[in-house]
Design a protein around this ligand. Structure first.
Ligand code: NDP
Ligand code: 13P
Length: 329
């Protein structure tokens, strides 16, 4: 079977991992890096030494600094940081084919304008068919060929079906959905809760607290998701509960590791160690969206308060423990 032409925008850890997946069954997969020098280094080294050291880039992957590489692609995977998506989508407008699928693989919400990433795509790329790919998937695991399953969502069922068939491999299985918004909410929110789980771990609160925190984080995610129109099966699925459990349970998650460093006393400015922690950009906008929808999210609020220096980690933990007892919901 000939596979649809596919290009990848964003050459960090996840961009490389997805390009390697897409290279299975394709002769050539363009991989765009925003810095031409970075593209040249990837082409020479055949690995991303900064973001994914030691894991080779597949032979069919063609790193480039030229955004016109997406011209003939019927599928474009957008794997840049969430806060960079608007500028990249805007620049891609002149090159993207009419009716090409533009698949959001970043996890976040636009901070300044309070927009979901699919809203950015609708505004900046009117010719695109928007979709999102999200679920439990560490780039290094996927690059090593370890198995996982994620969700690909598009409002058009036929597009979701095509994408699931075009991107899936034996070890990277895509389940399809038409609940695009639900998938976006799960991916964005789990990063904030992973920071909270990391803080609990860093503070040494123990395994019981860790499990309680995941369950109450899921309650917050579900409340917000329902208020914003997400479907239950999405919230309970790979992109919701699945990714929450992964990211709240492993220091392989950069968001968890960031929270853990904060719990151990690191300053906010130092805790990420220079790594991308999407939850730090999402916490405030998530809380604002929840407040606008009249939804209570005390764990997300605590993360936001700590990141904006309104509360210490210990004061936030105290505030969560002192909340009035209530029925479970
Ligand atoms: N890593 C993972 O396991 C997973 C990540 N994701 C999501 O994928 C997205 C990207 O993450 P990931 O690849 O891991 O992050 P990385 O930090 O590994 O890579 C980000 C890449 O984006 C580049 N970049 C930075 N700013 C811009 C910009 N303004 N325009 C274009 N490119 C830019 C960076 O370049 P430079 O190196 O020059 O700074 C880097 O190559 C995030 O939203 C993340 O949540 C989703 C699932 C799994
Ligand atoms: O989204 C991810 C796993 O599904 C990656 O998580 P981090 O961005 O926290 O590393």
């Amino acid at each position: 079977m000939t596979r649809e032409t596919l290009a990848v925008l964003g050459a960090g850890a996840w961009g490389v991992a997805l390009a390697n997946v897409a290279a299975q069954g394709r002769a050539r997969v363009p991989l765009w890096a925003h810095e031409p020098a970075h593209a040249a280094a990837l082409a020479k080294d055949r690995e991303n030494r900064k973001h994914l050291p030691g894991l080779p880039i597949a032979a069919a992957v063609a790193p480039t600094g030229d955004l016109s590489c997406i011209r003939r692609a019927r599928i474009v995977l957008a794997v840049v940081p969430a806060q960079a998506l608007r500028s990249v989508a805007r620049a891609a407008r002149a090159h993207l084919e009419e009716g090409a699928a533009f698949v959001i693989c970043a996890k976040g919400i636009e901070r300044d304008r309070r927009h979901f990433l699919s809203e950015i795509v609708a505004e900046e790329l009117p010719q695109a068919r928007p979709a999102a790919l999200s679920g439990p998937s560490f780039a290094a695991d996927v690059c090593k060929g370890l198995p996982t399953a994620v969700t690909v969502a598009a409002e058009e069922e036929a597009l979701a079906l095509t994408l699931s068939e075009e991107i899936s491999t034996r070890t990277f299985r895509l389940y399809r959905s038409t609940d695009l918004r639900g998938v976006e909410i799960g991916g964005a929110a789990k990063n904030v809760f992973a920071i909270a789980a990391g803080m609990a771990s860093g503070r040494g609160l123990g395994a019981s607290a860790q499990a309680a925190l995941i369950a109450r984080s899921f309650a917050e995610l579900t409340r917000l998701g329902r208020a914003l129109g997400a479907r239950n099966e999405t919230l309970m699925g790979l992109s919701g509960l699945g990714d929450l459990v992964l990211s709240c349970g492993s220091a392989q998650s950069r968001n968890f590791a960031f929270g853990q460093a904060l719990g151990q006393g690191a300053a906010v400015k130092d805790a990420s160690g220079g790594k991308l922690t999407e939850g730090a950009f999402t916490a405030r906008v998530l809380v604002e969206m929840a407040q606008a929808a009249g939804v209570e999210m005390p764990i997300a609020e605590a993360v936001d308060a700590i990141l904006s220096a309104r509360l210490s980690v210990d004061a936030a933990i105290d505030a969560l423990l002192m909340r009035p007892l209530k029925a479970e919901s």
